[in-house]
Structure formats: structure tokens, C-alpha cells
Design a binder for this molecule. Structure first.
Ligand code: PHE
Length: 369
């Protein structure tokens, strides 16, 4: 065997025997490195005569190329084997529990709103909505607030700056403007309904945000109301009272909730009333159905004839009742939160304590049970 053939056989054996990347690299350096065995052979070519070089040159260069190729092939094979070994060793155990994660909570206001919607939906009310930024007509004028009357300030209204038409919009002070929007729509649709032999009645609920410049333990500048409106041909105060009492007993899921109606004044209802729920606020916590305190939860009344007229309905033919609940207050009463301001303070400890799991979302069945 020639010296070259011997060297190639040795190197090939070493390449085949290299068990990992480091061993293989040592072989590479020993053969092709600066003073490696093959590199040394290449250096000797310069000293040969042209004839000798023509014969030996291709042999040595060929040896270098084959060793280089063998090293590359072995390297690829070693890397593949290493990856296979890792894949085999680092198996994922899908039966392990997932790492613990913080879960979001449902805000009590949203929970309360969903509970209310479930109960009123059972009673045949459907959902309606309106804009948070209202015009003076829908928030006040159509609801029978006289022009320039101090009643417009009664609500501690947030007025927006005058727009390019000289109009001042408001952040709606209540959800009652949606009554107007719904009655106007009814009025537009009435001829078609009557032609079809259909009769209204309207039964809508309007959950939404409302705004007043007011802040203490039972008032926040942004809060939520649930408006209700029923319009028909023979609706009376008894329907209103039954609806309120039935709702409250279902909402609090206890027969012992005591309510009282007080005469009140709203420009858009006549007669008007407020309903309070008996509660105890003495111990830093709020408890419903006991104690000597009353918390007002709803304003209500029979829709004022002027409001019906403003919406294009004939008050001699149509009557109805309306109500507006404070959603946050009802939630505070049911779930024992003493200060409404905490509800919107954005404190995570509060929401973790009072918030609900997403799996507790109510439906009509649980709300009525
Ligand atoms: N809009 C009234 C308020 O915010 C509540 C209300 C609604 C009263 C409907 C009567 C009828 O105080």
C-alpha cells in the first residue's frame, strides 16, 4: 500500500470512529489543519520537479478533497444522530398539569347586568341600546324637561363643548333617552304593523353607561343603568308594581327582601315613584333584607302623555310604564360592597375579591332558580 493510501485508510477509520462533533473536529485539525498530515503533504509538492509534481499533485489534492468530503458527511450524520437523541430524550409529557396562570375576573357590574338581562328576558323584554353621547333633545327635551329649566341641572350634567353647529351634546345622564329612540321607531313602524293586523306592545330593557358629576359612597361619575319601557293599549301602574316586585324577589333569590315605593317627581313620568330596598349598612358591609337603612334602586312611573306625544304616539290610545335601575347599586346590595367608588378604582385586589369566574355567567335558568 502506498503512503497516501495508508494515510487515507487511517484517516477514514478515524473519521468513522469519531463519536461526536469534538472528536471529529480533532481529526479534521490533525489532517487538514495548518500542520495536519494532509496539509504537510501538500507543502511538499512545491519542492518536487515539474514531472513529479504532475504525477503526485493530483493524488495529494484528491486525497485532501476526499478527506474533506468524508469529514462533512460524518459531521452531518453526527448532527442528525444528536438531534434524534435529543428528540428521544426530551419528550413532552402531555399529562402534566399546565403551569398556573392568573385568570381574569368578571366585574360585579357585568355579572349583575347579565343577571338582570336574564330575568327581564324571561319576562319578555328584549334588548335595546342608544349612544352614550346624546343630544339635548333625546336626553331632556323629548322627555318633557322644560327648556332652560333647572331640572336639566338636577342631573349634574356633563356638557360637551359646543360643536361646529353651535350644539352642545351631553354625556347621557340616564338611559331614558333610549325610550325616546324606541318610541320614535315604533311610531315609524306603526302603520305597517297595523296594516298587518299586529299590535305592539313594546317591552324593552336598555342596559348602559350613564354619567353625572357626582361622587360619594353611593354615587360615581360613571355608573350603569337598566332602563325598562313597556308600551301598550291598556298598561297601568299595577303592571309596573308587579314587574318591580317580581324582578326584585328573583334578583335577590330570597323571599325576605322588603321594598317600599315613595312618590317622587320625574318630568317624563306621571305618576312617578322611587323604590327602595331595605338594607343594613352599619357594619362596613351592606346587607339586604335587614337593618334600618333604605337604598334607592329604581326610579319609575307611567310614561308622561307629553313624552308619548313628543314621540308621535297618541296618549289617548297608548300608555306605558318606564323604570330605570342603578345596576352598580343593585350589584353592591346583592354582593355586599359598601362603597360604589371602589367598583371603578381599577384595584386588582378588589376585582380578585369581588369578581366572578367566567364560568359563573348567569343564564335564565340559574337566575330564576
Ligand atoms: N331616568 C331616571 C333617573 O335616572 C330613572 C327613571 C327611568 C325614572 C324611567 C322613571 C322612569 O333617575
Amino acid at each position: 500500500m502506498t503512503d497516501l493510501a495508508q494515510l487515507e485508510a487511517d484517516l477514514s477509520a478515524q473519521i468513522a470512529a469519531a463519536a461526536d462533533a469534538a472528536a471529529l473536529d480533532a481529526v479534521r485539525v490533525a489532517a487538514l489543519g495548518k500542520s495536519g498530515s494532509v496539509s504537510e503533504l501538500l507543502k511538499t509538492l512545491g519542492a518536487l520537479s515539474p514531472d513529479e509534481r504532475r504525477e503526485r499533485g493530483p493524488l495529494v489534492n484528491g486525497l485532501r478533497d476526499r478527506i474533506g468530503a468524508a469529514l462533512a458527511t460524518r459531521k452531518t450524520a453526527l448532527e442528525a444522530a444528536e438531534l434524534d437523541a435529543r428528540l428521544a430524550a426530551e419528550r413532552v409529557d402531555l399529562s402534566l398539569p399546565a403551569p398556573p396562570e392568573r385568570r381574569g375576573r368578571v366585574h360585579p357590574t357585568m355579572q349583575t347586568m347579565d343577571e338582570m338581562i336574564a330575568i327581564f328576558a324571561e319576562m319578555g323584554f328584549s334588548l335595546a341600546e342608544g349612544p352614550d353621547i346624546e343630544d339635548d333633545f333625546h336626553n331632556f327635551t323629548a322627555l318633557n324637561f322644560p327648556p332652560k329649566h333647572p331640572a336639566r341641572e338636577m342631573h349634574d350634567t356633563f356638557w360637551l363643548p359646543e360643536d361646529e353647529n353651535g350644539e352642545r351634546k351631553v354625556l347621557r345622564t340616564h338611559t331614558s333617552p333610549v325610550q325616546v329612540r324606541v318610541m320614535q321607531t315604533l311610531n315609524r313602524q306603526l302603520p305597517a304593523w297595523i296594516a298587518n293586523g299586529q299590535k305592539p306592545p313594546i317591552r324593552i330593557m336598555v342596559p348602559g353607561r350613564t354619567y353625572r358629576s357626582d361622587s360619594d359612597a353611593t354615587h360615581t361619575p360613571m355608573f350603569h343603568q337598566m332602563e325598562g319601557l313597556v308600551i301598550g293599549e291598556d298598561i297601568h301602574m299595577g303592571h309596573l308594581k308587579w314587574t318591580m316586585e317580581t324582578f326584585v324577589s328573583r334578583f335577590f333569590e330570597t323571599p325576605g327582601v322588603e321594598v317600599r315605593f315613595r312618590p317622587h317627581h320625574f318630568p317624563f313620568t306621571e305618576p312617578s315613584a322611587e323604590m327602595d330596598v331595605r338594607c343594613d349598612r352599619s357594619g362596613g358591609e351592606i346587607r339586604v333584607g335587614q337593618g334600618d337603612d333604605w337604598l334607592e334602586v329604581v326610579g319609575a312611573g307611567m310614561v308622561h302623555p307629553n313624552v308619548l306625544r313628543n314621540c308621535g304616539l297618541d296618549p289617548d290610545k297608548w300608555q306605558g310604564f318606564a323604570f330605570g335601575f342603578g345596576i352598580d347599586r343593585l350589584g353592591a346590595l346583592k354582593y355586599g360592597m359598601p362603597d360604589l367608588r371602589d367598583m371603578f378604582a381599577g384595584d386588582r385586589r378588589w376585582i380578585e375579591h369581588y369578581g366572578f369566574s367566567a364560568f359563573q355567567a348567569p343564564n335564565a335558568a340559574t337566575a330564576l332558580s
